[in-house]
Design a protein around this ligand. Sequence first.
Ligand code: MN
Length: 374
Amino acid sequence: MHVPSTEECIERALPKVEELLRVARGKSFFIAQTHDFPDPDTIASSLGLVWLLREKLGIEGIVGYGGIVGRAENRAMVKVLGIKLKRTTNSDFKNADLLALLDTQPEVGNHSLPKDRMPDIVVDHHFERELEGEKPVYFDVGGDVGTTSTKVTELVRAAGLTPPPEVATALFYGLKSDTRDLARLTRPADVASYLYLFPLMDPALLNEIENPQVPMEYFRILNKAIQRGKIYGHTIVADLGPVYTPDLCAEIADRLLQIEGIKHAVATGWFEDSLFFSLRTRTRNRNLGKIIHGIVAKSGLGGAGGHGQMAGARIPMGDRTPRSRGTLRRKVLGEILTAFGEDPKTSHRMIAAEASESPKNGKRPHGRSRAANA
Ligand SMILES: [Mn+2]
């Protein structure tokens, strides 16, 4: 791998930062909007952009978000780095004369921008989505990078700035978590930004973020995932029921993917009035973002986002009855399993009924837990 030099990084990003500053100049209130249920990459890249425009042009800006910050590491990141996040409202958007969307795109549907408001700036490493209407003035999407934090780090460097420890730690963690410590979808540009940020970030703060405590509820839901987990060929599916944060689906899908012999993991959970899906895979020949986008977003069921090995979706339930909710979950799950090459009708429990129900001696195992293909 050829890791680009400082000069190469700056040369590449210089025209971009000039364009960015041209778009932003003269504006007075900036919102950098994350995607909903923000992850470290979207938070870090938004923070980096707000900081950059404040430093270069003195523009007042905030990081806006929708949904909630759920995952323990993400909560720790916001707290430890003192990041001021604002759950943006329509009046915030009205006040903003400059609007950016980070780590997602207008058409993806996993963000809280008003429908009629096209952002001025979009920075995202995911594959480009078809856009109805005019493109945002500054549109930097896709490209040979694995994270949005990488793109923003390049802009910061090309702007001739050196980020303070909090901003550097945020970008470093955004990059590190989105690439799984440079192990997933990592491009040479990501390594260059990683190396650039390394001496600028604060390892003690990073450690606090990466080793957070979790609520007791986390373990109760993990237990439920194990009790209810079903295996379809090489795919594990866990129904978490109601969750205190949709990010739990992602956390638990990650965890289940650790099981020997498992290639794909799906976790679902209910939060407020939506059904959430998290997909993970170990294989490299599938693009989960495209799969879930095709199943959920294209059919108008809800929003979906993600990339090669991790993706998620949110399906609002509106006034569906419990029965139709269950039917819809099974339908979407069936399509996901089919996309993974599994038979949705053939499964067995992750753990045997005896272990899950701890029956007394001589008692028959629970009927529901019979292994279908055992
Ligand atoms: Mn990302």
